[in-house]
Write a protein that binds this ligand. Structure first.
Ligand SMILES: [Zn+2]
Length: 123
């Protein structure tokens, strides 16, 4: 629930750690930009989450074991399964060469593993 100023009502009492709606993709982009061009962009102060809130960047994590918001865990689980399915589609394309197919297979396995961890943080 967002207040007119854009802040989420009740965040001060929200004890949970969330996932970013892009699952940290923007942070990865910032890291690549910094590594490639030597430019260090600041992390945004506030970010959208998988459960539909806007929270402080510091209240989010990409590590499955750190995310305590159940809705965000379910969101990340689904998004990683979608990403794994997308990578599998790439792997099976007749025009995909062996190197790209191997890369796609690793990406699919990586996303399946993350999906599993978001579904069950003890694994
Ligand atoms: Zn959340």
């Amino acid at each position: 629930m967002a207040a007119p100023n854009g802040d989420d009502v009740g965040e001060g009492t929200d004890p949970h750690v969330h996932v970013q709606a892009d699952l940290g993709g923007a942070a990865v982009s910032r890291q690549i930009t910094a590594a490639t061009f030597g430019l260090a962009a600041d992390a945004p102060a506030r970010v959208s989450t998988g459960c539909g809130l806007t929270v402080a960047y510091a209240r989010t994590s990409t590590r499955p074991g750190s995310v305590t918001c159940l809705a965000c865990r379910e969101y990340a689980h689904r998004r990683h399964l979608d990403a794994a399915a997308w990578a599998e589609q790439w792997r099976r394309q007749p025009t995909t060469d062996a190197d790209l197919a191997a890369h796609a297979a690793r990406a699919a396995a990586h996303h399946r593993d993350l999906a599993r961890q978001f579904a069950d943080p003890r694994r």
